[in-house]
Design a protein around this ligand. Structure first.
Ligand code: BZD
Length: 830
């Protein structure tokens, strides 16, 4: 039951939630109260962490009335809701986001100044919640931001990992992972709700029984269970009075475990059980593209979707709700296949718990889910061994078989006699081992299936799931990704934001199409000068940060060439490295005079999955090359390489606004979309990129003159594959490339030790799965054009401004409108 036992008698207790006064004095009062009564310290004795926690809580007060009011409004006017199911949310720091959403920066700055505290010091205290690997997790964070800003009813469901993505350090240039202890100094942004805990079952077996009406039924007798405790996070819209909720689940041992302690007297054994339960949400898996099929990961996936469905059905819907109407109330968006086990879970709830018949349950289920695919790499598609699913979730395996049986009947009906097709499409594969193909399950169950950029959605239909596209042509659609302009322009780039506001007026943060108003300013020399000054200010801010953060001294006046993203062979950091070594070699060999070279600093940022050997070798080689080049007086002032460790959202916010050149150089047909590419364009960097993912759309919008395209197109890549690609031949035929690879192979960057580079070199020469060598010459050529283009300052600035003016499409607000139009359908109110 909720609410007080008796009607309150005092007016204060009856009244609405009163937000604190919006003034620096009002904030000061909240801050000091939190410091003294919350933290239990005086200002004089408080540490920066005390101050940060107190001020974060004080900021939170200004969102609370809106949060409660948004929840009340959504309860009283029930519109269809989006349940965003994602195993990852790469949120980034919360403080600035909250200050911006409440428009409190100036007020807070003034109040803190009265205490002798700098806002920047407070900002630096926060450890970002790194509950994601990369693009997929960051996309989820952008989407919930946009849904709040658009006042769409949405709950984000996910996992509260105790340890997020590892902190990357370098030891002798090699990546060493350190646990991310983001919770160790306290987390002022979350609200635990232990009273809303739910039970989640695992293991055991199923049995048949006959119910009172004589119907044959199945029940699941679980072997063990854990509790899920929800932690709520505020998701504020941008200065619009809306605050949605992100609900992250944390695993606890059940009370049954406590009882075992009591009964068995074996305390140590009982504590082990406790630890076992809590392991489920202990750590984020750092693999971003090669799922390892680990039992704990399937436990995580089932844990969070079981918690979320149960929470929604039992706690969010009214008690007497008729579940036939479920599709009118909610659409669960599946962020990749990670939450797909929710499909058999909903079937189980409807059939076993609510007594529905299969066909009715399936009709409902198919309307409640939609699936977003984020990859094109076949090895990234999740499959779960049947043995494992059967052991962990025996009832779900039966339901999956039931879904598959009926589905394959339909395939046979639609394509009689085509047993090969039946085997290709089956949700359960036999080879190379019996396993559940989660993407097939998602595609069969989902009302819609979408890719994340036009090209990706096309390739999804043509190459990854062609049989399904043939069978269900109307299921497939595209929604091109987007990024939130609040965090990635307004917050990350105040200098540019001010310029934009002066030029096109206020409000562009919520309607990014207004950036088109900048178009004419590209022709205005005075505006161009101001634009350059903003870029310069951002470069200086980056210089200052890297100096204290990494002890790195960036040279001044260089073209800033930035490649930041997860380390993966398909993204081709190796190709960028070949370019760096090419520049170096051409100066060293005297082929070009140092003074004729456009001064350039190349910045890398990338984490490698801890078990991904080649990716870690690449990191070591980048660091080795950087060390050699930065120490060589022959290239001093002309070429520098920096690789700050632990690239994350926080670093991105300073790095991206400072960049001149954005590296988006994946092999065409491999990068589903990319979202960093959008952030760079919106911050006035020019892109050097292949015709891949959302690069295609960026180029179409900003225009060929303002984008540096190179490399093979996807059809060309396919043709080269088909005709047989021999990288060693490319090497043999290109003297420049040969010199570069030979230099690396000689050990010139590894203290004369060729052994440390042989894995890298051999792979390029004899494997090169992602065809870096095939695109090498084209890449070198385009980089030469870039050097020349950068020398023409006015033309470069003009192009940079046009990138900003024409990139408004890449707001995640637009992505959300597209999901509403193409996937979520009517009934979701704006
Ligand atoms: O998703 C990325 C794609 O590689 C990008 O092209 C795309 O822009 C973004 C957003 O759609 N995919 C991921 O980031 N994938 C993962 O992080 C991931 C994590 C766990 C398991 C598998 C993949």
């Amino acid at each position: 039951s909720r609410g007080p036992a008796a009607e309150p008698t005092h007016a204060l207790a009856r009244g609405p939630v009163v937000p604190p006064t919006r003034s620096s004095e009002g904030f000061l009062r909240e801050f000091l109260r939190e410091l003294q009564y919350g933290q239990g310290v005086t200002l004089a004795r408080s540490s920066p962490n005390d101050q940060y926690l107190a001020m974060a809580r004080a900021v939170r007060h200004y969102l609370m009335a809106d949060w409660l009011e948004t929840a009340r409004r959504r309860r009283e006017h029930p519109a269809k809701m989006v349940g965003y199911l994602s195993a990852e949310y790469l949120l980034g720091r919360q403080l600035d986001n909250a200050l911006l959403a409440t428009d409190m920066v100036d007020i807070v700055q003034e109040a803190l100044a009265e205490c002798g505290i700098s806002l920047d010091t407070m900002r630096a205290q926060e450890v970002e919640p790194g509950l994601g690997n990369g693009g997929l997790g960051r996309l989820a964070a952008c989407f919930i931001d946009s849904l709040a800003t658009l006042d769409v009813s949405c709950v984000g469901y996910g996992i509260r990992y105790e340890y997020g993505i590892f902190r990357q350090t370098f030891v002798d240039g090699r990546q060493v992972e350190v646990p991310d202890t983001w919770l160790s100094f306290g987390n002022p942004w979350e609200f635990p709700h232990p009273e809303r805990e739910v039970e989640v079952n695992f293991g055991g077996h199923t049995e048949q029984y006959t119910d009172e009406d004589g119907r044959e039924r199945t029940r699941w007798i679980p072997g063990w269970n854990v509790l899920g405790v929800p932690y709520h996070y505020m998701v504020p819209g941008y200065q619009n009075g809306v605050v949605n909720t992100l609900r992250l689940w944390s695993a606890r041992a059940t009370h049954a475990f406590d009882l075992q302690i009591f009964n068995s007297g074996d305390y140590a054994e009982a504590v082990r059980a406790q630890t076992f339960a809590e392991n489920i949400t202990k750590v984020l898996y750092p693999e971003d593209s090669t799922p390892q099929g680990r039992e704990l990961r399937l436990q995580q996936q089932y844990f969070f979707v079981a918690c979320s469905l149960k929470d929604y059905i039992d706690q969010t819907l009214p008690p007497d709700f008729d579940l036939k109407r479920l599709p009118d109330q909610i659409i669960f968006q599946l962020n990749d296949t990670h939450p797909v086990i929710a499909v058999p879970e909903l079937m189980r709830l409807l059939i076993d718990d609510k007594g529905m018949e299969w066909d009715e349950a399936w009709e409902i289920t198919q309307k409640c889910f939609a699936y977003t695919c984020h990859t094109l790499l076949p090895e990234a598609l999740e499959v779960w061994p049947v043995e494992l699913v059967g052991r962990l979730l025996p009832r779900h395996l039966e339901i999956i078989y039931g879904i598959n049986e009926r589905f394959l009947e339909q395939v046979r009906e639609a394509f009689p006699g085509d047993e090969l097709r039946v085997r290709r499409m089956s949700i359960v594969q036999d080879h190379p081992f019996r396993a559940v193909r989660m993407a097939h399950l998602a595609t069969v169950a989902g009302a819609k299936v979408n890719g994340v950029a036009e090209l990706h959605s096309q390739l999804l239909r043509d190459k990854l799931l062609p049989d399904f596209a043939q069978m269900y042509p109307d299921k497939f659609t595209n929604v091109t990704n987007g990024v939130t302009p609040r965090r990635f322009v307004r917050q990350a780039n105040p200098a540019l934001s001010e310029l934009i506001s002066e030029a096109v007026g206020p409000g562009w943060e919520r309607d990014l199409s207004r950036l088109s108003g900048l178009e004419s300013f590209a022709e205005d020399p005075e505006f161009r000068e101001q634009f350059r000054q903003a870029k310069q200010a951002n470069k200086e801010r980056l210089r200052a940060l890297l100096l204290v953060r990494d002890g790195v001294e960036l040279p001044e006046g260089h073209l800033l060439d930035v490649m930041v993203k997860r380390l993966h062979e398909y993204k081709r950091q190796s190709l960028k490295l070949l370019h760096v070594v090419t520049l170096y070699e051409s100066i060293r060999s005297g082929e070009v005079a140092a003074e004729d070279v456009t001064p350039r600093t190349v910045i890398f940022g990338a984490k490698a999955a801890p078990g991904y050997h080649m990716a870690k070798e690449t990191i070591a080689l980048i660091n080795a090359v950087a060390k050699t080049i930065n120490a060589d007086p022959a290239v001093k002032g002309r070429l520098a390489v920096a690789f700050p460790a632990n690239y994350n959202v926080t670093l991105a916010e300073t790095l991206i606004p400072a960049a001149d050149l954005s590296e988006q150089i994946s092999l065409a047909g491999m990068e589903a979309s990319g979202t960093g590419n959008m952030k760079f364009a919106l911050n006035g960097a020019l892109t050097v990129g292949t015709d891949d993912g959302a690069n295609v759309e960026i180029r179409q919008l900003v225009g060929d003159d303002n984008f540096f395209l190179f490399g093979m197109s996807e059809p060309e890549v396919a043709a080269l594959h088909a005709s047989g690609y021999v990288p060693s031949q490319v090497y043999a035929d290109n003297p420049r490339l040969k010199r570069v690879i030979d230099l690396i192979a000689s050990g010139a960057f590894t203290d004369g030790d060729p052994g440390r580079v042989s894995a890298f070199v051999d792979d390029l020469l004899y494997n090169d799965r992602f065809m870096a060598l095939a695109d090498y010459q084209s890449y070198i050529d385009v980089q030469e054009r870039i050097d020349a283009a950068y020398a023409d300052t006015e033309a470069w600035t003009r192009s940079a401004i046009l990138n900003v003016a024409r990139a408004g499409f890449f707001s995640s607000d637009r992505s959300m409108h597209d999901y509403l139009d193409r996937i979520w359908g009517a009934g979701i109110r704006l």
